[in-house]
Design a protein around this ligand. Structure first.
Ligand SMILES: Cc1cc2nc3c(=O)[nH]c(=O)nc-3n(C[C@H](O)[C@H](O)[C@H](O)COP(=O)(O)OP(=O)(O)OC[C@H]3O[C@@H](n4cnc5c(N)ncnc54)[C@H](O)[C@@H]3O)c2cc1C
Length: 260
């Protein structure tokens, strides 16, 4: 990081711990984006992976993508697990968890989360010896399918959570209002939760959900889902390159009796 010639232009992280949101144990921190500039930087020899070996440039980029696509989908799994949980308890706090259309949304959320997990697990369980190097990578076809499935369906997943939460997601009073001695009794009375949820618990939940699906961070998250680790087209190109297309065609020819 301190090497001469390196400049990092950092974009600040989105704060959750501000005066508007209810304090929660997590998140403790977010991550920071940086544009890293290398201007005449001396790279020690042990860090040089390729020197004038342009023939391998595509191969190295391909190897990077093989790992990166897999990490893309696996680091998202805990996030969509807790977002599914938040959507479900938001329904309870709103008292709508038994409505048939809300249960349908629960099913969508489960389907999305568990299919993403199953595809990531399939990639891990079927590793490949990358270029016969002895370096194993998660299965590239399954990794790319997992990332494409995850990225293609995230916005619908968020939409279901937004629908379950109601407009309170964006009209909720802030934590400052909650802390205000005169206002608090009104909030306790008029924004009480259903069942065992108090007004404070319901608002705390909505505050976290505001951060996750209705804030500038939520927009960042949607874009990150699409573009981080490669856009949709990148995964589709990899699927065309990695799928056993010849095998599909051979099977079809056998069925029809073609010898072309
Ligand atoms: C939150 C976040 C974190 C990231 N972290 C990292 C990181 O840690 N390390 C890192 O190296 N990168 C990182 N990236 C960069 C990421 O890999 C790229 O954003 C991603 O590959 C998409 O490339 P792009 O942004 O240049 O968009 P583009 O590739 O320009 O995509 C925009 C559109 O153009 C289309 N397109 C692109 N090329 C062509 C073409 N030749 N013909 C036709 N259509 C085309 C795409 O399909 C897409 O529809 C991160 C990105 C985000 C959003």
């Amino acid at each position: 990081m301190n090497t001469k010639g390196i400049t990092q232009i950092c974009r600040p992280n989105f704060r959750y711990e501000d005066t508007y949101h209810f304090p929660t144990p997590r998140p403790k921190r977010g991550h920071i984006e940086a544009l890293v500039i290398f201007d005449n930087v001396r790279v020690p020899k042990e860090r040089v992976f390729m020197l004038r070996e342009w023939q391998f440039a595509q191969y190295v980029a391909y190897a990077f993508a093989a790992f990166h696509r897999y990490t893309a989908v696996t680091y998202k799994i805990p996030i969509i697990e807790y977002m599914t949980g938040l959507g479900m308890i938001a329904a309870e706090a709103n008292g709508v968890q038994k409505a048939s259309h809300v249960r349908e949304q629960f099913i969508n959320m489960i389907k999305y989360t568990e299919t993403t997990k199953a595809l990531a697990k399939a990639a891990l369980m079927d590793p490949e010896n990358f270029g016969e190097t002895g370096l194993f990578v998660a299965n590239r076809l399954s990794s790319n399918m997992a990332k494409l499935f995850f990225a293609s369906n995230f916005h619908e997943f968020v939409r279901d959570i937004q629908d379950i939460c109601g407009g309170l997601l964006v009209t909720q009073p802030t934590y400052q209002d909650w802390e205000h001695a005169e206002l608090k009794p009104y909030l306790e009375r008029y924004l009480g939760g259903a069942g065992k949820y108090t007004a404070e618990e319901r608002l705390k939940l909505m505050s976290m959900l505001h951060h996750l699906v209705a804030s500038d961070f939520a927009g960042w998250h949607e874009v990150c889902t699409i573009h981080a680790e490669g856009s949709f087209a990148a995964q589709k190109m990899m699927m065309m390159a990695e799928a056993p297309i010849e095998m599909y065609k051979e099977q079809a020819k056998k069925i029809v009796g073609l010898s072309v």
